[in-house]
Write a protein that binds this ligand. Structure first.
Ligand code: ATP
Ligand code: MG
Length: 244
């Protein structure tokens, strides 16, 4: 499979001087599902925000063969659908419909196609019932699901999801899991749920203080007791059950 995300020596410093990424090297191939794991502050969100150019660091970054630069930014934004960690950063229009239709309308799709995309995306996250509601009147978990729909409706080649399961109930987690497993897109997911990573992602990358300290098949990385203990992680339950 071809390389769809390529970062070389990607480094990012926030305006206050915090070095959040310290030379990230990663190559992700089309169709891979990759978990980004690590403790609070490890740099997961910062890395995800680089994938669609929300943040711009130093070093090289190529998305689907396009160098990350101003000229390619719009094109890259249509390739990478980023779901922010906080849904309030994603939902800003009057109704759920408007938020989910925003991307497809910008892509120039006709009205019928836009309606179809909105319906499919909201159905996929079990939120069609809220199509005419204001996102501000939804619970946090419901907002999170609508935020995911705003990206699904664009059918981007790359889905970058920041903590997609936070605040989702068990049913929501399970249905998101089966949704993601059945997508053909490249998916990068920052998550604290090692079980979710185990079930959804074939590859796991562990970040620590802005650096990649492990990168490999999920089944290998998430059963490496020594590695996991070194960062206060535990082998996920799914892995233990799988071993029996
Ligand atoms: N706007 C900001 N200004 C300054 N420093 C920031 C900012 N946002 C994040 N940081 C810092 O950058 C580092 C990486 O943060 P980041 O949000 O990428 O971590 P994370 O792995 O996503 O953590 P979490 O699991 O809590 O979501 C942390 O040290 C954090 O304090
Ligand atoms: Mg984060």
């Amino acid at each position: 499979m071809r390389e769809i995300i390529k970062a070389r020596n990607l480094t990012y410093k926030y305006p206050d001087g915090t070095k959040a990424l310290k030379g990230i090297d990663i190559t992700i191939r089309s169709g891979e599902r990759v978990a980004l794991l690590g403790l609070n502050g490890a740099g997961k969100s910062t890395l995800l925000m680089h994938l669609n150019g929300t943040l711009r660091g130093e070093g090289e970054l190529e998305i689907d063969g396009l160098k990350m630069n101003k000229a390619n930014l719009n094109k890259i934004r249509s390739i990478v659908g980023l779901v922010f960690q906080d849904p309030d950063d994603q939902l800003f229009l009057t109704t759920v419909f408007d938020d989910v239709a925003f991307g497809p309308i910008n892509q120039g799709l006709d009205q019928n196609k836009v309606m179809e995309r909105v319906k499919d995306a909201l159905e996929a996250v079990d939120m069609l019932w809220a199509v005419n509601k204001s996102a501000h009147h939804l619970s946090f978990g419901e907002k999170k699901r609508v935020a995911i729909a705003t990206v699904l409706s664009m059918k981007p080649k790359i889905l970058a999801l920041d903590e997609p399961t936070s605040n989702l109930d068990i049913k929501g987690c399970k249905s998101l899991e089966s949704l993601l497993i059945n997508l053909e897109q490249t998916i990068v997911i920052a998550t604290h749920s090692l079980d979710f990573a185990w079930r959804v992602c074939d590859r796991s990358v562990i970040l620590s203080s802005g650096e990649i300290i492990a990168d490999g098949p999920t089944r290998k990385v998430l059963t490496d007791e020594k590695l996991l203990t070194s960062i206060d992680f535990e082998i996920p339950l799914s892995a233990l059950l799988n071993k029996v």
